[in-house]
Design a protein around this ligand. Structure first.
Ligand code: ADP
Length: 266
């Protein structure tokens, strides 16, 4: 539409941000926020300057996953405008609606309000120089997706899915949406999360609980790279709940998320 074209033609909002990468999924619960958090920290461990916007306005989980639930961002005045200082944790600058609403409050917003929150997170936050700004999108398709592409030039999107049919069907819709002309965001690739399970006492066995290689087939179908296969690991769930991303502890999960960061940076 002309609206998209005109906003894209304007001066970029974040000239000091080199790459804006969206993390999306077709449905909830597939590990999109887990992937976004660990990818952000993994990129920062490589020495990159990283920010992460929690655009999952109706179910923000970034504050929990980074153990900064009680934090409230400071605000400073600049040329009569409010500038929000992002919360920094594990080397990543963070902004989430969760910082601005009480922890247990349900956000009952209309689409336009959620969209203006995202615009604020992009335009009114002091992101400074960044190599990567990650945007953890809400699951599915929404106004937020459209707002994002109308507000900033998105470098590309990472699609997170689990391997079972119900998840792949929704991921397919997501991939198709990003290729539609009014969205038109390059797809960096697919991450297959919960790809398999390996019990500690049987380290050479892989159990494909949700089916085998569903993410790989999806990537092939859309002719995009399979960026990573993340196993089901109890410590990934535990570290999400305790707010200490799994990639910070050495082991298989660190290797998996570091490899993912490498393929995204490529
Ligand atoms: P989404 O953002 O897609 O809704 P989350 O990232 O919030 O999903 O993940 C949903 C739940 O699954 C969380 O409790 C998270 O810790 C857990 N989880 C995600 N990925 C894995 C994994 N690879 N192994 C174990 N638990 C996982």
């Amino acid at each position: 539409t002309s609206q998209v074209t005109s906003s894209r033609a304007n001066a970029p909002l974040l000239p000091k941000v080199k790459n804006i990468i969206a993390v999306a999924s077709g449905k909830g619960g597939v590990g999109k926020s887990t992937t976004a958090s660990n990818l952000a920290v993994a990129l920062s461990l490589t020495g990159a300057k990283v920010g992460l916007i929690d655009a999952d306005i109706f179910g923000p989980s970034i504050p929990i996953m980074f153990n900064v639930e009680a934090e409230q961002p400071a605000i400073r005045q600049e040329n009569g405008k409010n500038v929000i200082i992002p919360i920094e944790q594990y080397g990543v600058k963070l902004m989430s609606i969760g910082f601005l609403t009480p922890a247990d409050a349900a956000v009952v917003w209309r689409g336009p309000m959620a969209s203006s929150a995202l615009k604020q997170f992009i335009g009114d936050v002091d992101w400074g120089d960044l190599d990567y700004l990650l945007i953890d999108l809400p699951p599915g398709t929404s106004d937020i997706h459209l707002t994002m592409v109308q507000t900033v030039p998105v470098t590309g999107v990472v699609i997170v899915t689990t391997p079972q049919k119900v998840a792949l069907g929704d991921a397919t819709k997501g991939l198709t949406m990003f290729r539609q002309p009014q969205i038109n965001v390059p797809i960096l690739g697919v991450v297959e999360n919960m790809a398999y399970f390996t019990p500690e006492e049987l380290p050479n066995n892989k159990y494909y609980l949700f089916g085998k290689e569903g993410g790989k087939r999806l990537a092939e179908k859309f002719n995009v790279p399979l960026l990573g296969e993340i196993p089901i690991v109890q410590s990934i769930r535990e570290s999400g709940d305790s707010g200490f991303p799994a990639v910070l502890k050495s082991g298989v999960t660190q290797d998996a998320f570091s490899a993912l960061a490498e393929s995204v940076a490529r």
